[in-house]
Write a protein that binds this ligand. Structure first.
Ligand code: PLP
Length: 392
């Protein structure tokens, strides 16, 4: 099939929930993907911060192929070696002691909320304005952006929202009924919003003084994106519960709820479950991906290439008045324009670079952590041309 044939079939047979780009992808390798017509693109989207180890990483491909030949699925009625190996590895690389496996980011956030309610015996969750936590009814409720909720009520009861970065507002919102504060350490969909200096630290203090749990939604920031395995390590603040997904299994669908020994023990047999959660195929992919991040020095790459990339973007910021801000940490970068950036995404794609636009005016760069400096140069040169044309 060619791209046009695929687009026509999509229109006929797939619910039109996505504002897709006119591009059908066939193959990927490292930080490059190819379309049906064989055109290459440098991929600064990475499946939205999912393909952290790069496309078609040999170790991940081999783990999936080998495991698929042995055992794809068994219910959680039984144990598997793959699940305990991944749980042990996650505990080794995270600040937590216990894991629960599910299949997506929304499910990981839902599971985190259930765990916080079970542990505290309280119901109320304080979440942030401008946040994003997923598309189920409860996670759109937790999400602090109206556009994701419109038309889908009634929403879940028990949620309050406060401005991200405002400690006083959190302290004022906490009541006797508060179970947890839910926050993305860096807001992703909200436009790559970095926490103010000391914010996460203070947030933890406020939570602990009030016997309220702190939940980090690290679905987007996890697995090397911010330069350490987790943003909790980058910002040196340990939450009580962490929701994980996106890059956890190198592109294979998976999510996890991580918690301390004590909080995790609130879940008793029968309390929570997922049929596909922690299946052997996903877990084998997870072990291979996390080992790859460790063994190939991808955390250092995320820091070094992230700093290099951010510097190059900062030069554009100096050169063009239309660039409002450049910000980010590790390889989670945003370039904010003074205009909506959808047309820039199209121009970049025509020039062989995939990037996406979030919060309307922010170009988000979350490439595979294996991206090279030469590829980064290509991206920033292309961006220079695209912004230059706008300036004319
Ligand atoms: C993507 C994302 C989610 C939702 O993940 P899904 O796998 O799409 O359900 C939740 N939280 C954050 C911070 C995300 O970036």
């Amino acid at each position: 099939m060619n791209t046009n044939e695929i687009m026509a079939l999509d229109k006929d047979y797939v619910m039109q929930t996505y504002g897709r780009q006119p591009l059908a992808l066939k193959e990927g390798k490292g930080a490059v993907v190819w379309d049906m017509e064989g055109n290459p693109y440098i991929d600064c989207v990475a499946g939205i911060a999912v393909n952290n180890v790069g496309h078609a990483h040999p170790q991940v491909v081999e783990a999936i192929c080998k495991q698929a030949q042995k055992l794809i699925h068994t219910s959680n009625l039984y144990y598997t070696e793959e699940q305990v190996r991944l749980a042990k590895l996650l505990v080794e690389v995270s600040p937590h002691q216990k894991a629960f496996f599910c299949n997506s980011g929304a499910e990981a956030v839902e599971g985190s909320i259930k765990l916080a309610r079970k542990y505290t015996g309280k119901g109320e969750i304080i979440a942030m304005e401008n946040s994003f936590h997923g598309r189920t009814i409860t996670t759109i409720t937790a999400t602090g952006q109206h556009k994701y909720k419109k038309g889908f009520g009634p929403l879940s009861p028990g949620f309050k929202h406060v401005p991200y970065g405002d400690l006083e507002a959190v302290a004022d919102s906490i009541s006797d009924e508060t179970a947890a504060v839910l926050v993305e350490p860096v807001q992703g969909e909200g436009g790559i919003i970095i926490p103010p200096e000391g914010y996460l630290d203070e947030l933890k203090k406020i939570c602990h003084e009030n016997d309220v749990l702190l939940i980090f939604d690290e679905v987007q920031t996890g697995f090397g994106r911010t330069g350490e395995m987790f943003a909790s390590q980058t910002f040196k603040v340990t939450p009580d519960i962490t929701a994980l997904a996106k890059a956890i299994a190198g592109g294979f669908p998976m999510g996890a709820v991580m918690a301390s020994e004590e909080v995790g023990s609130a879940f008793q047999p029968g309390d929570h479950a997922a049929t596909f959660g922690g299946g052997p195929l996903a877990c084998a992919a997870g072990v291979a991906s996390i080992e790859t991040i460790k063994n190939e020095g991808l955390l250092i790459k995320s820091r070094e290439n992230g700093a290099y990339f951010k510097n190059e973007l900062k030069e554009l910021f100096q050169d063009y008045g239309q660039v409002e801000d450049v910000r980010g940490v590790g390889l989670m970068l945003g370039l904010e324009m003074d205009i909506p950036c959808a047309s820039m995404v199209d121009a970049m794609r025509d020039a062989g670079v995939l990037v996406n636009c979030t919060a309307d005016t922010v170009l988000r760069f979350v490439p595979p952590l294996v991206i090279s400096q030469e590829q980064i140069d290509n991206v920033t040169n292309c961006l220079d041309e695209v912004i230059g044309r706008l300036a004319d």
